[in-house]
Design a protein around this ligand. Structure first.
Ligand code: PHE
Length: 446
């Protein structure tokens, strides 16, 4: 006998969980440096436009399907598909989503493991354990494996506790802490010499870069990854929203929070990088762009913290707790996708399912740790550059071309009775039917 389905108990809980999923490593290591390297505020502007014109409609598609079906992606897509062929496609898309998100989690756990290791580094130094500190910050298979396992244990234990006592409870604690730590760090970094140069690089617009198609592609990819789209994460979170909630409104709040925190992260990262530059740290890569991705987090910033003396220990501690929180609130949303499927469709008990799915993903993650060079980049690009956009495309097709328009409207109406005459219903159906799929394909074939 299946347990009753979980549900978020408040709008705040849902917002923290969904924005927790959205705000992750992508916001902190991708967005700020992308912005600075691609025309500053001009990129920011393009990103905002794409996030609201394309990613938000796709986010809404997932939330609406999820809440309508009150089920995981496989069952949900099937339930809105009238024909045999579309049902087959539904099962295919649902499964590819589960596989994709599991592989995303397998590389995410490795990077998140680094964040935990770097979090323990200043603690070890504070108590004088310098050799432990250097072990923690030296890249090695053993260290990486231990922290992958630790991170996955945290993720599994939150997911085992369920929607209300796991996801909602932890997201509601962790996300506000993340915002407070972020703001404190920004305040501190702003007082340091060089910070204003970083702010200038971040915010002064260079519109000559915005027409560049590569930049648009970049901004779009960033927006999709950042809003956790295509892999069923937002769909499953949508399935736990109660029927009284106004979906277009809470969807836009999630998008706003995600973009807002990405913008805030830029106010921290760019000034910090220019402070580092002033302190003699290398911040440009071989091709002259700003160092982004893992290199930024595990080499540029730690080098900066090291030049700060004793204060640097506390700044490092704050920064890596921020990164760990951002990772964890995203990783739980990823693990929830296969777990919800196995609970609902295979009749597994939640706790057992979380352990089984978590263990399988941990094993994949460890295989990547031991074959890092050939595998890591490949897993990242297959999942985020190939699979995710195609799945995003499929979701648009399902909601706009396969599902009955009337049922879509009925679902939105549940929490917003006048939806039919509102702005959302005037624009969104057209967007999701034509603009989103075409834009995704254009980006994809770039
Ligand atoms: N949105 C997360 C980030 O920005 C990543 C993510 C992708 C989370 C897909 C869930 C699903 O880091």
């Amino acid at each position: 006998m299946a347990a009753p389905r979980g549900e978020f108990t408040s709008r705040f809980g849902f917002l923290m969980a969904a924005s927790g999923s959205a705000v992750g490593l992508g916001n902190i290591w991708g967005f700020p440096t992308n912005t600075a390297s691609n025309g500053g505020a001009a990129f920011l502007f393009t990103y905002l436009l794409l996030a609201f014109a394309l990613a938000y409609p796709a986010l809404m598609a997932e939330l609406i399907i999820g809440r309508h079906a009150r089920a995981n992606a496989v069952t949900a897509l099937k339930s809105i598909s009238p024909g045999r062929f579309s049902q087959l496609a539904a099962v295919g898309v649902g499964f590819v989503g589960i596989l994709t998100v599991s592989f995303i989690l397998s590389f995410y756990a490795i990077v998140s493991g680094w964040m935990i290791a770097f979090f323990f580094d200043p603690l070890a130094r504070l108590i004088g354990m310098d050799s432990a500190a250097s072990w923690l910050t030296t890249d090695a298979e053993l260290r990486n494996s231990i922290f992958v396992v630790l991170f996955m244990v945290l993720t599994v234990s939150i997911i085992s506790a369920g929607v209300k006592d796991g996801i909602e409870k932890w997201a509601s604690r962790l996300m506000p802490s993340l915002i407070v730590i972020l703001i404190l760090l920004i305040g501190y970094v702003f007082t340091l010499p060089g910070a204003m140069d970083g702010l200038r690089a971040y915010l002064i617009p260079d519109f000559s870069r915005v027409a560049d198609p590569a930049l648009l592609v970049n901004a779009m990819g960033q927006a999709f990854f950042s809003l956790s789209l295509g892999v069923g994460t937002m769909l499953i979170y949508g399935s736990y929203i109660n029927k009284q909630e106004n979906l277009p409104v809470i969807g836009s709040l999630v998008a706003l929070l995600d973009v807002g925190i990405a913008v805030l992260a830029g106010l921290l990262i760019l000034p910090a990088m220019y402070v580092a530059l002033g302190n003699g740290v290398q911040i440009y890569d071989a091709s002259g762009g700003l160092i982004a991705g893992p290199g930024l987090i595990v080499s540029v910033l730690p080098a900066l913290f090291n030049t700060m003396g004793a204060v640097g220990l506390f700044v490092a501690l704050a920064f890596f707790s921020l990164m760990t929180i951002a990772s964890l609130t995203s990783s739980i949303s990823m693990l929830e996708v296969p777990v919800a499927y196995s609970v609902e469709n295979l009749g597994m008990e939640r706790r057992k399912s979380a352990v089984v799915m978590g263990s399988i993903i941990t094993v994949i993650s460890l295989l990547v740790v031991f074959n890092f060079d050939p595998w890591f980049d490949r897993v990242v690009s297959y999942t985020t550059e190939i699979s995710q956009p195609l799945l995003g495309f499929a979701f648009c097709i399902f909601v706009a071309w396969i599902w009955h328009r009337n049922e879509v409207l009925q679902e939105i109406r549940q929490g917003s009775p006048d939806a039919e005459s509102g702005l959302f219903w005037k624009i969104w159906p057209f967007y999701i039917k034509f603009i989103c799929p075409v834009a995704i394909l254009v980006v994809y074939f770039q």
